[in-house]
Structure formats: C-alpha cells, structure tokens
Design a protein around this ligand. Structure first.
Ligand code: 26Y
Length: 860
C-alpha cells in the first residue's frame, strides 16, 4: 500500500502549479485571491521543499544501507543566505535524470528547473525575482568562517559525501545594520518572523543537556580516570531542526541539523508547592535563551558564560546524536574512527572532544586510554586566525562551575599530555608551561581551547598556504616540535561556484556556458574547464560581450544603491560605463584596514582639490583621477569602538565628497548599509576592482577575494592570505599587489614602538585634514582615536608603512582601467579562466582525501 501511494516529485511546470496551489490552499490556508508575494514565496518554497524531501529521504536511506564513513562538520556559524534560488539551481526533477547506462552517476539535461518554475510562476501572475526577494537571509554567522561552512555543505552534497552539518538555530541571526547620521545602529534580526519553510522540526527527538551540578565519586573516592557520575544542576532539552542541503546535478540531499533549546517538562515542584509559580516558570523560560542569539563578534573573544553554555549545549546534543547513530550499527567502539570523522570549525566546538571522552569513559565505561585514542583519531581541527584576541580561552572558575566533570577531564588530558612531553623533552620547564592546556600566567587560570583542540585532534589545518605556514612557526610552533610537522597541514579555502557564479551572476554564467560550449553547465562541477576562456582573452568581440555583462551588473548595483539611498542616484546613469567601481565589503576590522582605504579616498579628494586650486581645469584633473566610486560595506561588532569610528569616518567623507560640486562627479563614496549574503550576490558581480588590503600575515585566507575574481573583478591587495595563491593561479600580471611582506611585520612594529619613524607626507596631509575637522566640522576631535592609533600608539596595523605603495598602486589601477580598456578586459578574462582552483568542491575533496578518509556515496 505504501508503494501504491508513494509521494511523487513535480516534474513539469504544470505539476508545479498544482503543487503550488495546494500549498497556498492547504498549507497556508489562503486562496489565489489573497496570495501576495510573501505567500507565493512560501508556497513556492514548500513545493520545492517537497521535491527535496523526497531525495533527502532517499539519500538518508541509501547512507544507512551502505553504512559508509560519515563526516560531521561542526560549526557555530552557518551563514547560508537565501535558500530558494539556490534550491532552484540545484534541485533535480525526475525528468532531469538521463539514464547513462552503467556508470554509477546520472546526469542532468542542463539546468532547466529554474526556467521552468519561472515560467510557471509567471502564468500564475508572479514574477520569480520578486518572489525570491521575499526570503529573509538565514544569517546565522558573522562573516568568513560562517560563510565558509555554508559553501562547504553545498560542496559536500554536490560531491555526494555522506556529510552533515551541525550548528545552532539562533532565533536572532547577526543584527541588521542601520546607518543613522553616519553611525552604525544595530537592530535585531528576528528572521523567523514568518515561519521558515526550509526547516523541518524533529520534535520527536529531544536530547536532555545538563549544566552545573557536581561530580559524585561515591564512597571510596575513585580516581577521576574512572567512570564518574555527573549530577547536573540544570537541565534543558535540545530539539533539532533539519535543513535539506541539495547537491548540484545529483540527487544527494544532505542535512544541516540546527539545535534549538527548550525547557524540560520537569517542573520544580518544591518551588511550585511553596506558591512560587512565577519563579518556577521563569527558570524554565531561561532555557530558550541559550539559542536566542548569535554572538556578533568576529575574531574577538568576549568570554561570556552564555556563549560557553551555547557551545556545550550544541556539542553535547550533536555528539549524542552521532553516538546514537553509531550505536545502531552495533559495531565495536574501536571502529568509531573508521565510521566517523568530525571536523571542528575553529575552536568553538572544542568541548565536543571532551564530551566524547566523557561519553566513552563515564557512560560507556571504556578504559581512559582506549577512549582517548578513539577521540583523537576522530577529530580534526581547522584554525582560522593567528590573532591573539581571537583565540578562545575560558577561565577555570567559569568552566568548572558550568561543567565540573569536563574540567576534571581536561586536567587529566593535560596531565597525560604533559607527561608525554616531559618524556620526549626532559626537564624543559619552559616548554611544559608554554604548551600546557592551562595557562597559569594570567591573573586567573585559563583553559586554552586551541591547545586542547590540537591535542585532541589527529590533524590541524590552516586555511591558506601562508596562514598554514605561519601557524607552524608562530602560535603552534611548540606543537610542531612535539608532534612533528605532519600533524599540521593546509587546505586552502574555496567558494561554491553555484551560488557565487551561476546564481549571483546569471549573465556571466550564460556567456561562459555559450563560449565554452557547455550548455549543461558542467563547468560548475569541473572549474578547470574555465581555462578554455583564455583563448578569447584578446578577442575584441568577446571582450565586448564580457564588458556588457559587467555593465549590466554595475547597473544592477547602481539600482540597489539608489533604492538604499532614498531613491537618489549616487552615480549618474550615463556615467556608470566609465566609472571605476572600487569595492571593499567585509566585516569592519582594523586589521582589514578599511581605514587605509578611506584615507586613500581622502588623499585623492585633497589632491584633486589642490589641482583645481592651482588652476587646473576639471578635464586636467580627470586625466590624473578619472571617474571612480568607492563603495564600502560591512558590520562592526557592536562593542568595537574603533571599527564603528571607521564606519562614521567613511560616511562623513561621503557626505563632504558627494556634495562637493567643484569636483563634479569624478569621485563618489558610498557605504552600503547592512551588508549580507543576498546583498553580496548583487555587489560582487559589479566590481571592477575590490580591496583585500589586510596587514600582511593577519588575514588567514579571505574568501571574498575569490568571489570577486570569479566574477571578473580585479584585485588590489596585500601579500596576505589567499591573495598569494590567487596570484599564483591567475598570474601576477592580473592582480595589483603592494605593501610589506608578512616576514617584515614584526620588525616594522618594533621600529614603531621604539623609534618615531614619522609619517609619509601623503598620509600626514590626510591626517591633518581629518584632525582639522574637514570631515567633522562640528567636532574636530571626533576621529582623533584613528589618528592617534597611527601617530601615537605604534601603528600596529602598519598603515603608515603601506600607505604610499597603496596610493601609487591605486594610480596604476586608474591608468590601466581608463587608458587601456583592452588590457583591463584581458586581465579580467584571464582571471576568471584560472580561478577554478578556488571552488569549494576542491577543498572538500582535499579534506576527504587527506583528513577524513571518507568517500562519496554515489546516488543510484
Ligand atoms: C572566538 C569568537 C569570538 C570568534 C568568533 C568568530 C572568533 C572568530 C570568529 C570568526 C572568524 C572568521 O570569520 N575568520 C575568517 O575565516 C575565514 C574562513 O576561513 C577566512 O577566510 C578569514 O581570513 C578569517 O578571518
């Protein structure tokens, strides 16, 4: 009977319409007469979800039947953005599947489902673009690390890996940014306002999670290495919400499982009976606060108890789930690492290592050492930063109070580890205290999570070659000495070309597929096919088409900016074509040096004014400084004073420059409020030039650099992070590099500290203007902290050391862009032709081969 009534996918536009209407009427309880765009978005999503769920179920059944090694990607952040458009690109209908005989993979007949649905929607009276715009971003992340996790789940599904993501279902994602009088103002992002069609609540699964309490070691004082009873003091329930993750051109649909906290139904009867009903309810309500909000700090540790609670809640729930699934297979514990690989995204999930040890020792009664060997063979750790302020450390008192048994286990892990070190390097007390998981030097003893993560993992990787080398010679140097260099490896980051090329830039995708004669978009799975574009790099006809795509995308961004700017154009329509779009969008951070960018803009403005003053005509000025718009975007952590001041300076400069009639329209400045994934999809394809100008050695990788190049934009950048490998891949003629190298940073900083090197004249002029109130007439000292950090506080980010090279490289950019458009287009085409390496599909293959030892499960 089950087979007879089996649910079916919609396969045609007609069947889609039928499904759509049934969702409008049944799921939403509406009619076609009151179906607005929002309802249409929901009904469309529900319909598409139906198709995905069918493949999701099959995928899970297939994986259960074949029992391959499974991969779990633990990340506190998944910056997914919108789901519907991506699902339309990735989803397969049954008619997409062509039988290709005996090979174990099936192929699709091009990507037709998006077109099909667009037409079907239009027959129903809806415009697909408007419908897609109704979806709120799933913004459960801060920046690069969270977006990387999102690209990775896309590539894991596309590569048919049996891999799940585990994270938290925050009710409030990263705050929405408003700009009021030039200042950042944070407003809550209550993204679940209109129910989320992409999640499936698994209310039947409820994992109890304990906090606080004490350890009971019974009458005869057992050792901490023996099974111990942790009597928790507070208990909440973890409920999973699943999001289907469809692969591209495959029927594999993986799972992203996000946990939500809710109260137990246990009730404090003592309080209740004492007549304290209100308090006993309030305590229960506090459970929900654990998954209420994403911490909005990027690369900066705050050390709040609720954050540690989030981390444990999520690690414990995920581990419980993973162990439960393993136990169903009835395999011996020793095979756990053959069955499961767990990747931890930075140190945020480090407690998972301790929790698995606790499960094995306390609950499953394994011998300590046997358990520890299972744990360390299971976990692998990705580091994303060398900056001290981003390395997680938790005070002993806080950790011991919240998780008393876990602290004991950490002490024991440390004890055995230090014994091994002592054996290998006898009597090296300096080494022992340097590598101890417990940091003793600070006023309060702290647990160094990165060290715990290294010790509990079999592999540690950085995210770009330069960064992976750097961690081996700086922050983790001692561990290389202890474990040998083989434990440390590199997997250079990547991005998914489905979202960041096909979805964000449909015009370029179409031009590519036509040009390389790939109507089925197979290049999105094998990006080395893009090298075929090279032969057209100097072809004038092709260059024109390439340029037209860029113009279209610049127009599209100009439209967005106009909308955000109360309907006022920043750049005159007729000028878009010959205006260089110079873009820096990313989290605002001193190390990313948006301040250097805006100082460069000020320098340009002041020099233009000087030229005019000395009698030059506007035409003469425009020879040296042709049309340009400097576009910024990005959020500052709410408590990051300097970053917020940088935002204010950008907006203050924009105010002055954009209203200066004298310079006409040669220079414009705009700060795009509330930069997020869906805005990035409009912004990225529109760049002529993008800025990746971090102090050398500070940006672990960067991933927006890859996105911009994949969309035909050129880069101005420092020799940092993945810029280095981008240069290697696309050729040094096709990127504008400048500035000091990472190897010289320490020495330069030292010089700033002990000798007053003075400022280059160009920068001195800029800082004087800022100090004299050129951009803050009401309050001359408003931007003093930015000036002081360079002049008086040692210029930690080396703005003064790189400024002149930055300015002259910008002038070089202007010359190539305006004087030699053909050369520019050639660089742009060659860049795209050679960017294939940075597909996140390549990353996932590297992780699978060199770290997880996992293999794809081919569909059908
Ligand atoms: C400890 C906590 C406050 C914390 C929260 C978020 C620490 C770090 C972060 C986020 C870090 C992050 O986004 N790092 C970025 O990861 C990208 C992906 O690997 C890199 O491309 C980028 O260079 C790096 O800054």
């Amino acid at each position: 009977i089950w087979n007879k009534h089996r649910v079916q996918k919609f396969n045609t536009g007609d069947e889609f319409q039928e499904r759509f209407i049934s969702h409008v009427e049944w799921t939403l309880a509406r009619s076609l007469y009151n179906c607005d765009d929002l309802a249409a978005y929901q009904a469309t999503s529900q319909s598409v979800r139906d198709n995905l769920v069918i493949d999701w179920n099959k995928t899970q059944q297939r994986q259960t039947a074949r029992d391959p090694k499974r991969v779990y990607y633990l990340s506190l952040e998944f910056l997914m953005g919108r789901a519907l458009d991506n699902a339309l690109i990735n989803m397969r209908t049954d008619t997409d599947v062509t039988d290709v005989g005996d090979t174990d993979e099936t192929l699709t007949k091009g990507n037709t489902s998006r077109e099909m649905i667009k037409n079907a929607m239009s027959e129903l009276g809806f415009k697909l673009e408007d419908i897609l715009d109704e979806e709120p971003d799933a913004a459960l992340g801060n920046g690069g690390l969270g977006r990387l996790a999102a690209c990775f789940v896309d590539s894991m599904a596309t590569g048919n890996y049996p891999a799940w993501g585990y994270g938290l279902r925050y009710q409030y994602g990263i705050f929405a940014q408003k700009i009021i009088n030039g200042y950042q103002v944070e407003t809550p992002d209550y993204w679940l306002n209109f129910s989320n069609p992409w999640e499936i609540e698994r209310a039947e699964i409820q994992v109890p999670i304990n906090f606080y309490g004490y350890v009971d070691r019974g009458q005869n004082e057992k050792s901490t290495l023996e099974p111990s009873d942790w009597i928790g003091g507070e208990r909440v329930l973890a409920v999973p919400y699943d999001m289907p993750i469809p692969g591209f051109k495959t029927s594999t649909v993986n799972n992203l499982r996000l946990w939500s906290a809710k109260p137990t139904t246990e009730f404090d009867f003592k309080k209740f009976n004492n007549g304290d009903y209100k308090n006993s309810v309030e305590e229960q309500q506090r459970a929900e606060s654990i998954t209420a909000v994403l911490y909005p700090n990027d690369n900066f540790l705050q050390g709040k108890e609720l954050r540690l609670k989030q981390q444990y809640f999520w690690c414990a729930a995920s581990l419980h789930d993973i162990v439960r699934r393993f136990k169903k297979g009835k395999r011996p514990w020793s095979e756990f690492p053959d069955a499961i690989a767990i990747q931890i995204n930075d140190t945020h999930p480090t407690l998972a290592i301790v929790e698995l040890q606790r499960i094995l020792v306390d609950l499953e009664k394994l011998d300590w050492h046997e358990a520890w060997s299972i744990v360390t063979s299971t976990f692998a750790f990705t580091n994303h930063t060398v900056m001290q302020e981003a390395l997680e450390k938790w005070p002993i008192s806080l950790l011991g109070h919240l998780l008393p048994r876990h602290l004991e286990i950490i002490y024991d892990i440390n004890w055995f580890f230090l014994q091994d070190v002592e054996k290998k390097f006898p009597r090296d007390m300096g080494l022992l205290s340097r590598v101890s998981i417990i940091e003793e030097s600070s006023q309060e003893r702290q647990v160094r999570m990165a060290y715990l993560a290294i010790i509990g993992s079999h592999k540690v990787n950085g995210v770009a070659e330069l960064h992976s080398d750097l961690i081996k010679t700086t922050i983790f140097k001692d561990f290389v000495k202890i474990y040998g260099a083989n434990k440390f490896t590199n997997v250079t980051n990547g991005i998914t070309p489905r979202r960041w090329l096909k979805q964000a830039n449909p015009k370029l995708a179409q031009l590519i597929s036509e040009t390389i004669n790939d109507p089925e978009d197979n290049y999105l799975l094998d990006m080395s096919k893009l090298t075929q574009l090279s032969k057209y790099a100097e072809d004038e006809k092709f260059q024109k088409k390439w340029n037209d795509v860029k113009q279209f995308n610049k127009q599209r961004l100009a439209d967005l900016i106009k909308k955000l700017n109360n309907g006022v154009d920043i750049i005159e329509r007729d000028h878009i074509r010959n205006t260089l779009f110079d873009i820096q969008v990313k989290r605002i951070h001193e190390y990313k040096r948006q301040q250097m960018n805006i100082f460069g803009v000020i320098h340009r403005y002041l020099t233009m004014k000087e030229l005019l003053q000395s009698g030059a005509s506007i035409e003469e000025v425009s020879k040296k400084y042709p049309r340009k718009v400097s576009i910024f975007g990005g959020k500052s952590a709410p408590g990051y004073y300097m970053a917020k001041l940088i935002i204010k300076l950008i907006n203050s400069v924009a105010e002055v420059v954009n209203n200066d009639k004298e310079i006409q329209d040669l220079l414009k400045v705009y700060f795009i409020p509330d930069y997020n994934v869906s805005k990035a999809e409009i912004i990225t394809p529109a760049s002529d030039l993008s800025e990746h100008i971090s102090t050398a050695g500070t940006e672990a990788s960067g991933t927006s650099n890859m996105k911009f190049v994949m969309n035909g934009g050129l880069i101005i950048g420092t020799v940092d992070g993945a810029n280095v490998e981008i240069t290697r891949e696309i050729g040094e003629d096709n990127i504008f590099l400048f500035g000091n190298l990472a190897e010289n940073v320490d020495e330069l900083r030292y010089k700033h500290q002990f000798h007053n090197k003075g400022l280059p004249a160009s920068l001195a002029k800029v800082l004087d203007a800022v100090q004299n109130g050129a951009f803050s007439p009401q309050n001359h000292s408003e931007f003093m902290p930015l000036i002081d950090s360079i002049k008086s506080h040692g210029d930690y980010y080396l703005v003064s050391d790189d400024f002149e090279a930055y300015i002259s490289t910008q002038e070089l950019v202007d010359q190539v862009y305006h004087k030699d458009k053909k050369e520019w287009l050639k660089k742009s085409i060659l860049s795209v032709a050679n960017i294939g390496f940075f597909s996140s599909d390549r990353c996932i293959e590297e992780y699978a081969d060199t770290i997880w030892n996992a293999e794809p499960v081919k569909s059908e």
